[in-house]
Write a new protein. Structure first.
Lengths: 282, 306, 513
């Protein structure tokens, strides 16, 4: 795509009200996350054992958790972690998955077979052991968290992109480029990947929530954020325990996650439509 | 594509399978802790006795070849945790349960997912789009460990219509399969919608439209085949995952399926069971992805396997 | 099945939530509580326990005698005790079982329960090869003579432990490790194993050959392995279970307010504590350990965090263990903060300055996390010490704890038998379960002398001295004494809440409310 095409896409995106709304909300959230230490009404670890599982009130907007900590504050701090995890781990999975899948699908033949069998093997390795062993050697490094989360997600991404590329590569415009002597690299980067972006964006909007929730499982293995800090994933899972007694402890973090995902999906759909030059002609 | 392709693909499985066995076998031994470490520490003498009983006193390479030997006779060995059962027996007992749960859940997922996604793609940016897609986002945000207890609370306890847990009658199947299927339905509906939206603009659909076919006809006759490709890609791992990855659902509803063994065996360092579950999962993934690749060709004749 | 009119009114089927899936039902292999709950009904030892008072009552042995020096026990076996296949239970059966427990190839983790028997340890370690040299003798088929290494005052109480139950020789020789499958199982308890589906159910039926079968009322008992307390609680509410094994922490306040009588709460023989690693600075400094222990408010922890009627641990041995009432030596609440600060200053860390960040290790669980968070907060607020938390998956956590790769580590100890010895002999120098690296010769000598003392008053005085040393040196920081919190349907009769949580099914029946 040339510069003007990107510009067109940007203009089309700005015309999509839902996408603009989604994007603005995400930016708003990012700013809030950055400012959390200055705007949070309490410390995320400050306990008040006399006031556990309190209902929402003026002093505690979202109520308190089972150690009497302010839930609003904890959700703000949790957002910092979950947003970072969601963005970085998804990026890892997209970059690795898209390139891997595109190469595999385009080159085809023996290479495709080999690359896809490697994916099969990686699916089969017991993930828990992988994480436990990585932790023995690298400690509870935060980078390891993104790596471990990205590792699980890129496999399916690679398969989706590969499938897409295989169905695209026999199309006229690719054949034409090939006959014109355009290099493989250029064909993959300029023709195939942009045309496969639709499903990638959709799958990406699905990856973000699943890594955010999977982070809670990794913290079970001791990787990830350490208590008393909590992420949205761990807040939701501890909210389930008190679902019947104090529904707010589950409801508010789940609500925040949902709002974020709604925005992400609006933005994702908008991006896909904007990036699709064929769609624009309708 | 022909028979030779299928044969080649199956033949490739043998060396790959061997690689998986080797990788997993040595990998799990590197994790700290062993099958016999427990809170009340086992005295050194007893530990020695235990290790001798399970041949763990032999050098690792010797153990590896012993395992390969057993494996060639389809013997996955005794479980460390469930000491009066073999891994074969446990899988034989638990796999059918998981298959049943997984397949019912998959039916729910496909039924709900494709209907909702197709509906949304047919009338994009209308209520038919917004409502199913919002529900699907809810489905993704409310993971199994929230949906399950929620369904139990509402249908099991408050309304009292369905059992809260167990795996005996047909009523027992409803809540867990819905719980498990819901998450997958959410994914499938989004992928379906995306796939259909993508294909709506492609040339052959334009041609069909020019011929005066209605949108519904286009959708069912033409778009369904091409638009469903991403769903099919996703289904390979998803099918394997839905059969083996039902850990949370199985624990919430106390179902004697295989999913719990995947995590439990790893946490217990039940080495033989970890090997068994990993190999089973690999075989499932391999077969599912294989099926998917074949379905690809059927759905989209432009795809060729050279 | 023909039922008497009284029985036919209510089906005598008991459904129990039983925690985890049993590992096995071989009494020499299993180590867990869920297995014990089932085994105590399938097999019967020489001595049983009164379900109300926990006093030893006749089991397979109808009477017993102790020699003057306390080293020899002579058991008279009842002649009508039968295996579930009709064979008689004899003294030889017990000798076979205990030799099997001690044999190296059995690889029993509880072999040490028979180390009290003369030469038991030597035999297990292979130093003695001939089982005839063990202190076991069948005087005649119905008389068993047992010689001990030391006068072991809690020996009778030990006999209720599953590792010392008898097993059926012919069955084991025929089926090997598969003898515990329902189709093969032969036992001598009030019930027999009728069904065992993995992760689903273990079912028991009455044993038609049991000598006391008239007492047995139940026609069936189903033990459901349920990992998740939430699921168990919901099944109870849906009336699928008569009793649950445990309750979710967050549900305790709700059930405590319930006045239908189904909620049961009582102390339990176990202590929840933190290990201090005495081999590494700064926790090798006794004053730092004392300061940390004084700076927590145990009372607030049990009232607001655990909330299950636990007792603040101002001692290590749970009060009432084997009749022993230890003195309180630690503050119940945060009333000695000033002293804690003073100690910290004396140790060279005024207001915590210069003290490295304390790391608290715990195995992943919501309860452990909440307690660690509360303690972290208390240390910070009360004496200005910062701590960070580390959670690890169970086996990794055990590995680090056992190799002393930690600063502070969570732990809990549940009694193996009802005697203070099970709590206090843990801390002897180089003890297998002493993970703190703590060593004190005076303490070791006290524990050694308690083994030989037969006079209960004197023995308890020795244990009190040991407690005093322990709570002065503080290789551990006791936090609370465990409690049991569970639900029991009002229809269940003959179930007596007790400190050891023992509920033999033979006394239990179902009544309409």
């Amino acid at each position: 795509m040339s510069d003007s095409l990107w510009k067109d896409a940007w203009h089309r995106l700005l015309k999509n009200k839902l996408a603009v709304f989604g994007g603005s909300f995400l930016i708003f959230e990012l700013i809030i996350c950055l400012l959390t230490p200055w705007i949070a009404p309490y410390g995320f670890e400050t306990q008040n054992l006399e006031l556990t599982l309190a209902k929402p009130s003026l002093s505690h907007w979202f109520g308190t958790d089972s150690l009497g900590r302010d839930l609003f504050t904890r959700i703000l701090y949790g957002g910092r972690i979950s947003m970072t995890v969601g963005i970085l781990a998804s990026l890892v999975s997209v970059i690795v998955g898209v390139i891997y899948g595109a190469v595999s699908g385009f080159v085809g033949g023996k290479t495709d077979n080999l690359l896809m069998r490697i994916v099969d093997i990686l699916y089969a390795l017991p993930f828990i052991f992988l994480v436990i062993i990585l932790m023995v050697y690298f400690g509870r490094n935060i980078l390891l968290l993104f790596l471990a989360l990205g590792l699980t997600q890129w496999l399916t991404m690679a398969r989706i992109v590969r499938g897409q590329v295989i169905s695209l590569k026999h199309k006229e415009f690719v054949e034409a480029a090939k006959s014109l002597g355009v290099t493989t690299r250029t064909i993959i980067l300029k023709h195939l990947i942009p045309n496969a972006l639709g499903p990638v964006i959709v799958y990406l909007t699905l990856t973000v929530p699943s890594v955010i929730l999977e982070e809670a499982f990794l913290s079970f293995l001791g990787l990830g954020v350490q208590a008393p800090m909590a992420s949205w994933g761990t807040l939701i899972s501890s909210g389930v325990e008190v679902m019947e007694i104090a529904p707010g402890v589950l409801f508010f973090p789940a609500l925040m996650l949902s709002l974020t995902l709604f925005s992400l999906n609006f933005l994702g759909d908008g991006l896909r439509d904007a990036l699709d030059p064929k769609g624009a002609r309708d | 594509m022909g028979l030779s392709y299928i044969l080649r693909r199956l033949l490739v499985m043998i060396p790959v399978f061997f690689l998986v066995v080797t990788a997993v076998f040595f990998m799990i031994r590197f994790a700290p802790g062993g099958p016999f470490s427990s809170e009340k520490k086992v005295p050194p003498q007893v530990l020695k006795n235990l290790e001798a009983k399970y041949h763990m006193d032999e050098p690792l390479v010797q153990q590896y070849f012993r395992y390969l030997g057993d494996l060639s006779r389809f013997d996955l060995g005794p479980s460390f945790k469930h000491s009066n059962r073999t891994v074969n027996e446990i899988i034989a007992e638990a796999l059918p349960v998981s298959m049943e749960l997984g397949l019912i859940a998959l039916c729910w997922a496909l039924l709900i997912g494709i209907t909702a996604g197709g509906l949304a793609a047919l009338k994009p940016n209308t209520l038919y789009d917004y409502i199913p897609m919002s529900l699907s986002i809810m489905g993704i945000c409310l993971p199994t460990f929230v949906i399950g207890p929620l369904l139990v609370l509402v249908f099991g306890l408050w309304l009292g219509w369905l059992p809260v847990a167990g795996w005996n009658s047909w009523q027992d199947r409803l809540l867990p399969s819905l719980t498990l299927g819901f998450a997958y339905a959410a994914y499938i509906s989004r992928l379906t919608r995306g796939g259909f939206m993508e294909i709506r603009h492609q040339d052959f659909i334009r041609t069909a439209r020019a011929k005066g076919l209605t949108e519904t006809q286009i959708l069912t006759k033409h778009a369904l085949r091409g638009g469903i490709l991403p769903v099919v890609s996703y289904l390979g791992p998803a099918l394997a995952g839905i059969i083996t990855g039902a850990l949370v659902t199985e624990t919430i509803f106390n179902i004697p399926g295989l999913g719990r063994f995947f995590i439990e065996s790893a946490l217990n360092r039940d080495y033989t069971m970890v090997m068994g579950t990993s190999l089973l999962y690999f075989s499932l993934i391999f077969l599912c992805n294989f099926l998917v690749d074949i379905i690809y060709v059927v759905l989209d004749p432009r795809v060729r396997y050279e | 099945m023909p039922l008497s009119p009284a029985q036919s009114a209510v089906p005598q089927v008991l459904n129990l939530g039983n925690g985890g899936e049993p590992k096995d039902l071989d009494p020499h292999i299993t180590t867990g509580v869920p297995e014990f709950h089932i085994l105590m009904n399938l097999l019967e030892g020489l001595v049983s326990k009164d379900p109300k008072t926990l006093a030893p009552i006749p089991g397979v042995a109808e009477s017993w005698k102790t020699s003057k020096d306390g080293l020899t026990y002579t058991f008279k076996l009842r002649k009508n005790a039968k295996w579930s296949n009709g064979n008689a239970v004899t003294a030889q059966d017990f000798i076979f079982s205990w030799v099997r427990l001690l044999t190296a190839e059995t690889a029993s983790e509880y072999a040490y329960q028979a180390f009290y028997i003369k030469n038991g340890k030597a035999f297990n370690e292979g130093k003695i090869k001939n089982p005839n040299q063990l202190g076991l003798k069948a005087v005649d088929p119905y008389t068993l003579e047992v010689k001990l290494e030391n006068p072991t005052p809690f020996f009778l109480s030990l006999l209720f432990h599953h590792s010392l139950y008898p097993v059926h020789q012919a069955t084991i020789e025929k089926f090997g490790s598969r003898w515990t499958r329902p189709e093969n199982f032969v036992g001598n308890g009030a019930f027999v194993l009728s069904k065992w589906e993995i992760n689903k159910v273990v079912s028991l039926k009455p044993n038609p050959h049991y000598w006391d079968k008239e007492t047995v009322k139940l026609t069936e008992a189903n033990f459901f392995p349920i990992d998740k307390h939430e699921t168990e609680e919901k099944m109870f509410r849906a009336k699928n279970l008569h009793t649950v094994d445990d309750l979710p922490l967050e549900k305790l306040p709700v059930w405590q307010k319930d006045n239908s009588g189904v909620f049961k709460n009582h102390p339990y023989l176990g202590t929840y504590y933190y290990w201090f690693n005495c081999t590494k600075a700064p926790l090798n400094n006794k004053k730092v350990r004392q300061a940390l222990s004084l700076a927590i408010d145990r009372d607030r922890i049990v009232r607001f965090v655990t909330r299950g009627g636990q007792i603040p641990a101002t001692m290590f041995t749970p009060p009432g263990t084997g009749g022993f009432q230890p003195q309180s030596r630690l503050p119940k609440d945060g009333s000695q903060i000033a002293k804690a600060k003073q100690l910290l200053k004396e140790a060279g860390f005024p207001d915590g300055k210069g003290l490295p960040t304390i790391e608290i290790l715990y195995n992943t669980s919501d309860n452990h996390k909440k307690i660690a968070e509360a303690i972290q907060h208390m240390w910070k607020e009360n004496i200005g010490i910062s701590a960070i938390l580390f959670n690890q998956e169970w086996k990794v956590y055990l590995d680090n704890q056992h190799s002393k790769n930690y600063m502070v580590s969570r732990a809990g100890w549940i009694a193996d038998y009802n005697d203070p010895n099970t709590f206090l002999d843990m801390f002897v120098s180089n003890g297998g379960n002493n993970h703190s690296g703590y060593s004190n010769t005076a303490y070791d000598q006290l524990i050694e002398s308690a083994k030989k003392e037969r006079n209960t008053t004197k023995r308890f005085a020795i244990f009190q001295k040991a407690e005093d040393i322990l709570l002065e040196d503080l290789p551990v920081m006791p936090i609370y004494i465990y409690s049991r919190n569970y639900l029991l349907s009002n229809e269940v009769q003959g179930w007596h809440p007790n400190i050891e949580d023992i509920h033999p099914l033979k006394y239990i029946s179902i009544a309409t409310k």
